[in-house]
Design a protein around this ligand. Structure first.
Ligand code: ADP
Ligand code: MG
Length: 689
């Protein structure tokens, strides 16, 4: 904890400045997005676990939990071969238990009588002992906090090590942290100072201190978000675009629709009419089409593109992944090309020559619709006359991405497609002045998906079901909540990598592909392509498969540890099957331990209506309990949750509106950091305090 560097430099220093962090650890930390000392301070816990001071029934049932105990007798060490077991008598509450530590012989020197420690582990009925998977020795004289932070981890990084680094980082740069919020706001909303809040996030003295710290951090991140959102809208206020002849536009759309191999649903008709009206007007459109998975949102967007192409305007369609962009491209070729729309595609990995050709055609107006990934926003993508930007599953992209793309036209119209329905009031708060079209109907002829719940102990049944479906020539998705087997949950959750190995054995004879977020994107796309093309019978994945990928031949979706996923994610996952003619099955594997988790799974069994589930989701969210919330369709924050903390968001919205019209805000130094947030172009800039 050298004071040699000024505070600001300490925060910006690379993690290797921390004792014990070498290049190897730095690489592992980088995987978590941690590069500097400041990043460590902002690596907040996923959740907190109460450390019990007595063994409860739950622990006795073999669940992994944390308890606090005191060494109450001599330690014994037993070696067998290269393995070693340290047995320690612990007093936990009023009970004396035997705690077993494996392969740490040095513990006999540390675990002296009266030493207090926190241990995480499981009760083993057979040996009658508490088997420890992680422990922490508590400093004498310091009352143990009852709240244990649980951090996002990565392979090769233990939670104890991470906590050590964070503790160091907090002391190195915590006290010197610039507050960011002017005193006036802090007093008005009785908010804790930033340095104290950061400390309490990682080392909460008690639940109240944690609550206050969270409130402070959330307020700041929501305020920064609202400032940026509203300032953008303010600046946009005066923009206008060329008005188009609404009749001609509607006529063009109608001709396209008449050539489709299907009739539009009433929901599609309405969404199309509303968007056509917006696109024709002189005010740039900002509309969102909400519709369940498979409701045909893309077809509506295509009709707009077709109508615009007819009168010489270009459109862009941006998808969150390469696979999805490819699927959209194929669909566009099938539906739009016969109508004379010229289509181009940009993906991250195409040959330079082809890319140059597409870019050239785009500039000269020889492409009417450009489809691609994030690659669309790169600076060398120049349109001839861009009018419409369609963003599929828009929440995958930040505000700045949409803005960059929109800026490529003469203030283009923006249409967002979202499969996660949210109430209008919430949408207004988190997206600003967006208009909404809601499609509640599904195209006819879909085969409903049967959903069943299976206990973890009955996993053998699942394998038999999988074999049966694969033998029929069908394909299966198998989803796990995480990539590796981590220790932050005591190893209870299934990891995709281990599951993949297991499935390769159990489904011998079929190719089993694997995709997860830590794979290189080329490798991931290749595995995905194997599955889409039918070469792989099964695909083991983390929830990244959730986003719109379509494999009509897939008839089974198995979700492991289903109780760890939010309803929005489960619904999206289930939407991956039932897209073809085959009867499909969704198997939720899990042992829900909480009421909310049981209710979520029950809701999945009872309904397949995405809107009903979305409402349930808002009601049933247990903060921190749900995995995959990044896919929930809402903007993501480090600590806050746009839904669970909606009240803070509403306050932040009002304060932001007030500040932006206050001359002091634009002049006084106290507002400098917030001003920077309001003007930020980069999505993450506002989180950078
Ligand atoms: P979403 O993007 O809303 O999940 P898509 O636009 O991908 O749904 O549509 C799913 C499939 O349904 C596509 O193959 C599309 O061609 C088809 N489809 C769209 N609208 C209809 C309709 N009205 N009737 C029949 N099929 C439709
Ligand atoms: Mg789609």
């Amino acid at each position: 904890m050298s004071a040699a560097l000024p505070d600001s430099d300490q925060c910006a220093a690379p993690v290797t400045h921390i004792p014990g962090v070498g290049p190897g650890t730095a690489l592992r930390l980088a995987r978590l997005g941690i590069h500097t000392v400041r990043d460590l301070v902002r690596h907040f816990p996923l959740r907190y676990e109460e450390t019990a001071d007595a063994l409860s029934r739950e622990q006795q049932d073999g669940h992994s939990t944390a308890v606090q105990g005191t060494v109450c007798g001599p330690v014994s060490v037993r070696f067998s071969g290269r393995r070693c077991t340290v047995s320690v008598p612990l007093r936990i509450g009023t009970a004396n238990v035997k705690a077993l530590f494996f392969n740490q012989p040095y513990l006999r020197h540390q675990l002296l009588p009266d030493v207090s420690l926190r241990v995480r582990g499981k009760w083993n009925r057979v040996s009658g002992a508490f088997v420890v998977s992680a422990h922490e020795i508590l400093r004498p004289g310091v009352a143990a906090a009852g709240l244990e932070p649980v951090y996002p981890l990565t392979d090769g990084l233990s939670s104890q090590a991470l906590r050590r680094y964070i503790a160091f980082a907090l002391r190195a740069c915590g006290p010197g942290v610039h507050d960011g919020l002017p005193a006036e706001l802090r007093t008005r909303f009785r908010l804790t100072g930033k340095a104290a809040a950061l400390l309490a996030m990682h080392e909460p003295a008690d639940p109240e201190a944690l609550r206050q710290a969270r409130r402070r951090i959330i307020f700041e991140e929501f305020l920064a978000f609202q400032l940026r959102l509203q300032n953008f809208r303010r600046r946009r206020g005066g923009w206008s675009q060329t008005a188009l002849d609404g009749h001609v536009l509607a006529q063009g759309a109608q001709e396209f629709v008449e050539r489709l191999p299907f009739a539009l649903t009433p929901g599609q008709e309405a969404a199309l009419a509303e968007s056509l009206r917006d696109v024709a007007g002189a005010e740039p459109m900002h509309r969102m089409i909400q519709g369940d998975v498979g409701s045909g949102k893309t077809a509506v967007a295509f009709a707009l593109c077709a109508a615009l192409a007819r009168i010489g305007w270009q459109s862009a369609l941006m998808a969150p992944t390469g696979i999805l962009a490819t699927q959209h491209h194929q669909e566009a070729v099938r539906l739009l090309a016969p109508y004379g729309v010229r289509i181009g595609a940009l993906t991250g990995d195409q040959p330079q020559q082809e890319r140059d050709r597409v870019l050239q055609a785009l500039r000269t107006g020889d492409i009417d619709l450009l489809i691609g990934t994030h690659a669309l926003v790169s600076a060398d993508v120049v349109f001839h006359r861009l009018r419409l930007v369609v963003v599929d599953e828009q929440h995958r992209f930040g505000v700045s991405t949409r803005r960059l793309l929109r800026g490529k036209g003469e203030w283009s119209d923006v249409l967002q497609l979202s499969a996660t329905p949210i109430p209008r009031s919430l949408a207004l708060t988190i997206y600003g002045d967006v208009e909404m079209s809601t499609m509640r109907d599904l195209p006819p002829g879909r085969t409903p998906v049967r959903t069943i719940l299976v206990r973890k102990s009955e996993a053998g049944r699942v394998v038999r079901m999988l074999r049966r479906e694969l033998a029929k020539g069908r394909q299966a998705f198998i989803v796990a909540p995480r990539i590796g087997d981590g220790e932050d949950d005591g190893g209870e959750m299934t990891g995709a990598v281990a599951l993949h190995a297991q499935m390769q054995e159990e489904l011998a004879g079929w190719q089993v592909a694997l995709v997860h977020g830590a794979m290189a994107s080329a490798e991931r796309d290749a595995a995905m392509a194997d599955f889409v093309a039918g070469r792989a019978g099964a695909l083991v994945a983390t929830s990244i498969v959730e986003v719109g990928v379509s494999v009509p031949n897939a008839s089974v979706m198995v979700v492991h540890d289903a109780h760890r996923f939010g309803l929005a994610t489960l619904h999206q996952l289930r939407g991956r099957v039932g897209r073809g003619a085959h009867a499909s099955l969704c198997v939720l594997v899990g042992d829900p331990a909480t009421r909310a988790a049981r209710q979520r799974l029950q809701a999945m069994l009872e309904t397949s209506d995405g809107f009903v589930l979305a409402e349930q989701d808002l009601l049933l969210r247990g903060p921190g309990e749900v995995m995959g919330s990044r896919q929930s369709g809402l903007p993501q924050f480090r600590v806050g949750d746009a839904v669970a903390d909606l009240r803070v968001m509403t306050v932040a919205r009002d304060i932001a509106a007030e500040l932006l019209t206050n001359p002091d805000f634009w002049l006084l130094p106290a507002y400098e950091e917030l001003r920077r947030a309001a003007l930020a172009e980069d999505d993450d800039a506002f989180a950078d305090s």
